[in-house]
Design a binder for this molecule. Sequence first.
Ligand code: NAI
Ligand SMILES: NCC(=O)COP(=O)(O)O
Length: 339
Amino acid sequence: MPYPELRQPVAVTMGDPAGVGPEVTARAWAARRENHLPPFVAIGDAAAIAAVWDGPIARVGDMDEVQRTFNDALPVWHLEDSGPLTPGIPTAAGATCALHALETGIGLTRNQASSALVTGSVSKFALHSIGYTHPGQTEFIAERCGVTATNAVMMLAGPSLRVVPLTVHIPLIEVSGRLTVELIVAKARIVVRGLKRDFGIEHPRIALAGLNPHAGESGQLGDEEEQIMVPAVAQLAEEGIIVDGPLAADSLFAPAVRARYDALLCAYHDQALTPFKALHFHDGVNLTLGLPIIRTSPDHGTAFNIAGSGVADPGPTIAAIAMAAQLAMARERRCASAK
Ligand SMILES: NC(=O)C1=CN([C@@H]2O[C@H](COP(=O)(O)OP(=O)(O)OC[C@H]3O[C@@H](n4cnc5c(N)ncnc54)[C@H](O)[C@@H]3O)[C@@H](O)[C@H]2O)C=CC1
Ligand SMILES: NCC(=O)COP(=O)(O)O
């Protein structure tokens, strides 16, 4: 057992049943031994897995059954029939099933029936078509956990890079208006706490990327750096946080530069996720800092263009399950030593 202190299985939602979620979850189970994965349960429509995978499935209704069946079959917490299913074609019934799976996974994890939550990829468009109003899953999970959206911080973590988009699912034109000293300081504090608590880094070093080319070139190429970022970095430094910036984003990801930091705080979604996915598509993980539960997710979307064709890489899901288990075990160890 690679995770001896993990008291409960990990809850893995399959996301949109028409996306690659069902097949990558099943293939992660098939690769459980070589990847030393902990027991986990797949939450969603069992038919969505059967449509794309011919391995063994065990329908379960409690976590004891998950523990008992995991070695021999993929445990599935079956929720509902998501209707006629064609991989690659999202439907309202499929989005409803994905949302129900998310609710179920959050509930199991908040009740400590599962040690951690791993969320499969959903289609934001399909979810919004059934009335979902949150920008992503992060904000929904935060709300269910009683945490404000600002205090639930998205981090993408891979073996050689951790990035944090300070603004996430908003149009590019709104980024400048959303960046404030308060937002940067609040998120940076949560990042530093997460690096200490979840990653065991005693003195985290972070850097803030500028928004404009050359970090604004002293105001000649934009003033967000001078007006917002410089005061935010000064305030964080005053609090004793080891922080550099704002630094020119184009060179921040160069190997010699990024190696100096434990996390890079970026102004907007693609500034963070584009270099991250270029480096760590296969083994990178999306996680949420600032929650009372552990939540991770593969760092890709529903990939409707390849769903059902058998080519989807299960690596990101394997990495998300492994990281969820490691983080949960570290927290359980800390709780045990505090008693
Ligand atoms: N965590 C989540 O729930 C996320 C959900 N999304 C949602 O996914 C939907 C599609 O978004 P896209 O921007 O097209 O991103 P995507 O990640 O679904 O696909 C982008 C490209 O990457 C490929 N790809 C993705 N996962 C792969 C895998 N496991 N193995 C091999 N190739 C893979 C796809 O085939 C496609 O060519 C959108 O509705 C978006 O909202 C996007 C990112 C994260
Ligand atoms: N691009 C990252 C992403 O879309 C993940 O968002 P979330 O659903 O985890 O909030």
